[in-house]
Design a protein around this ligand. Structure first.
Ligand code: PHE
Length: 353
């Protein structure tokens, strides 16, 4: 076998191993493999050149070449696993978890104060046998007004500044609106069910109104309705009295005064004695403004025209209805002095509840 071939194989192996020692990542390893062992690699080229030699020489050189090839392959494998081990060690070091570090605080969500108060109100009534129903916020004039004894052009419509929906029917009327109160559900519930009726309706309402500390253009109401044979004003008083005591304390007293809502007759507003100054009306009470009384809702006996409008027999059935504002209840309970705080999404406010 010519000296030169032995020589060049040995030199090649020597150089290759030196280079391999310098390789520190899999990309360089790959390049190295292609350079020496690939189909056009240096060792392959030398081995291919052996075909020029005679048989005896070819056999010897071939054996040497194959030995060199195996050796290079073994070194490559070894280097590969060395590099992998180094990478593993490094990432283990980087990803090391310090279990003694303090954790990040989890921020806990909570129920909005309005939701909390609505739940308190509805559970006071469900405990008395009312069931909870909900209705649409986009409503028809028919339910929001007409079926509540407030026909077109009735001056009482001015009591509810209305946001109308830009929708026109075939007759050119614009009968769609955002409900101004939850009372349309009185008509909807009675239209859909026969007496006895005992429902409580929490829900969102809208009014076309400039906002200030006591007015929002959207707010919640909780409506109540009970219709059955023989329901009297005493039932209304008893139910609402029980409600007031559950929400504001056992010692509460209540007061009813005449008020006007077209869908009830007689209509009243209900006040509780001031829990801040205990109804004393002492000078400077911010809650009751020294009157000793706090108005919390409108109520009354369902107007016979409303009952007749849903097809109820007005000789047989009577009922009472009431409507209250949960934000107002929350303001009273928690001493909040501006209704706009509820929906301005200020966490400093919301976190207090
Ligand atoms: N819907 C009335 C309002 O928004 C309140 C009310 C409800 C009064 C039921 C009487 C009976 O002002």
């Amino acid at each position: 076998m010519p000296e030169s071939i032995t020589q060049s194989i040995e030199t090649l192996v020597h150089n290759a191993l030196a280079e391999l020692g310098e390789a520190h990542d899999s990309q360089t390893l790959d390049q190295w493999r292609v350079a020496y062992l690939g189909r056009r690699g240096r060792l392959t080229t030398i081995l291919r050149g052996l075909s020029q030699l005679d048989l005896e020489e070819r056999r010897a050189a071939g054996a040497l070449g194959n030995k060199a090839k195996r050796s290079l392959e073994e070194h490559l494998d070894r280097r590969e696993s060395e590099i992998r081990q180094v990478q593993l060690d490094r990432s283990a070091e980087l990803d090391r978890l310090d279990v003694t570090l303090p954790g990040r605080p989890l921020s806990m969500g909570r129920l909005h104060p309005t939701t909390q108060v609505i739940r308190e109100i509805t559970s006071a009534f469900t405990a008395m046998g009312f069931s909870i129903v909900e209705g649409p916020e986009v409503e028809w004039d028919k339910y929001n007004f007409e079926m509540l004894n407030i026909p077109q052009g009735h001056p009482a419509r001015d009591m509810w500044n209305t946001v109308w929906v830009d929708y026109q029917n075939e007759s050119g009327e614009r009968p769609m609106l955002l409900r101004t109160h939850t009372s349309p559900m009185q008509a909807r519930v009675m239209e859909a069910t026969k007496p006895p009726v005992r429902v409580i309706v929490p829900g969102k309402c809208y009014r076309y109104e400039a906002t200030d500390a006591t007015h929002e253009w959207h707010f919640y109401q909780v409506e109540g309705l009970a219709v059955d044979e023989g329901i009297t004003f005493a039932d209304l008083k008893g139910t609402l009295y029980e409600f007031a005591r559950r929400l504001f304390g056992e010692e509460r007293r209540v007061r009813f005064r005449c008020d006007y809502f077209p869908f009830v007759e007689p209509g009243v507003d209900m006040s509780i004695d001031c829990f801040a100054c205990d109804g004393e009306g002492t000078s400077g009470c911010r809650i009751c403004r020294d009157s000793g009384w706090i108005e919390i809702m409108g109520a009354g006996m369902v107007h016979p025209r409303v009952l007749a409008g849903v097809g109820y027999d007005t000789e047989k059935y009577t009922g009472f209805a009431f409507g209250l504002g949960p934000e107002r209840i929350a303001m009273l309970k928690y001493g909040i002095d501006d209704i706009r705080l509820f929906y301005s999404n200020d966490l400093r406010f919301l976190r207090q509840f």
